[in-house]
Design a protein around this ligand. Structure first.
Ligand code: UDP
Ligand code: MG
Length: 324
């Protein structure tokens, strides 16, 4: 088993030497070959110089990727995954809030046959009102919507088998949804409590505003997981619902006209009914266009609509959705 640790770094100069030491202390005793990939996300302090020094002193274990500007944590993680050589990839933060000493325990769980081992900061050391509380609400919402129940989507410290990371690209702030995606393609996921320390140096890059982004991302994720292969069910279903509501309203007006001789045009229901009819029809048309897009998406990249765990006596094992 070859191990890659991917760490995004944005203005973390004070933490880096401690982190580098702690990684060696945790990983050198293991039998596995390992590498750490630091991705400098356009830091404005001396993080990059520090990383360059590690790379020069420790070429066997340390690799550094310097992005041209600040692209955000998710993009930095994606760059690290793209350059990682290991068949197990561990993600973590650079600020020493996650503890490298937890990594061996994550690996043991992978050995038990899991595909994703998700760290859970059961004793989270962040501000309650702006960080911990919104995160709790977000976690229960994400768990319910995606069906992958985790206490802590926001904890970066998680270990993944490479295959579950290859079938998709990370956009926006989506790295926290990797376990949900992995769950949707059949990965076996387990959650383990990990340590969490208060930030000692520098400051957090996020605040309350991230919660809004997480909620919006959740819409995208839910759509991609549940309807990416059959968008007409969502759009068409909505359309049929709207048209049915409209039909009931217009029918009511018609019956009233025939029995009580009240003019159809006297009621606002008439306008509302016609509007719902048009909206419903439009929604079905949008669903049809989405169906075309789905076909273009899958067929242009030869992405299968399934994922394979194992093939017996049948040539190469291919990972569904991951042919790129
Ligand atoms: N980070 C990054 N690019 C950014 C913001 C953050 O690479 O634009 C890194 C940061 O250096 C850290 C990790 O992402 O290693 C998590 O950031 P932070 O500790 O600020 O988040 P928090 O732990 O407060 O959620
Ligand atoms: Mg942090």
């Amino acid at each position: 088993m070859h191990l890659s640790i991917v760490i995004p770094v944005y203005n973390e100069e004070e933490s880096l030497p401690l982190l580098h030491q702690a990684l060696h202390a945790a990983l050198d005793p293991l039998d596995h070959p390992w590498e750490v990939i630091f991705v400098d996300d356009g830091s404005a302090d001396h993080s990059l110089e520090k990383l360059q020094r590690f790379a020069a002193q420790d070429p066997e274990h340390t690799r550094v990727i310097a992005l041209r500007r600040n692209f955000g944590q998710t993009a930095a993680i994606a760059a690290g995954i793209d350059h990682a050589q290991g068949d197990v990839i561990v993600l973590m933060d650079a600020d020493m809030q996650n503890d490298p000493a937890d990594i061996p325990m994550l690996l043991e769980k992978l050995d038990e046959g899991y595909d994703v081992v998700s760290g859970w900061r059961y004793n989270r050391q962040d501000e309650f009102i702006t960080r911990t509380l919104p995160s709790r609400i977000a976690n229960s919402l994400i768990s319910r919507v995606t069906g992958v129940h985790l206490h802590d989507y926001g904890c970066t410290l998680k270990a993944y088998r490479r295959e579950v990371l290859t079938g998709f690209r990370l956009y926006g702030e989506m790295h926290r949804f990797i376990p949900a995606y992995a769950g949707s393609v059949g990965a076996k996921i387990i959650e383990v409590p990990v340590r969490h320390h208060p930030r000692r140096f520098g400051k957090t890059k996020y605040g309350l505003e991230r919660t809004a982004k997480v909620i919006l991302d959740l819409f995208t994720v839910k759509f991609l997981i549940s309807y990416a292969h059959k968008p007409i069910y969502l759009f068409g279903g909505t359309g049929l619902g709207l048209m049915a509501a409209s039909g009931l309203m217009l029918l009511f007006l018609l019956v009233r006209r025939l029995w009580l001789r009240v003019s159809v045009f006297d009621s606002p229901l008439f306008v509302v009914g016609i509007m719902l009819l048009i909206l419903g029809f439009q929604s079905i048309l949008m669903g049809l266009i989405a169906e075309l897009l789905v076909r273009t998406y899958h067929e242009s990249q030869r992405k299968p609509t399934y994922t394979v765990r194992q093939v017996l006596n049948g040539g190469d094992k291919r990972q569904g959705r991951s042919k790129e």
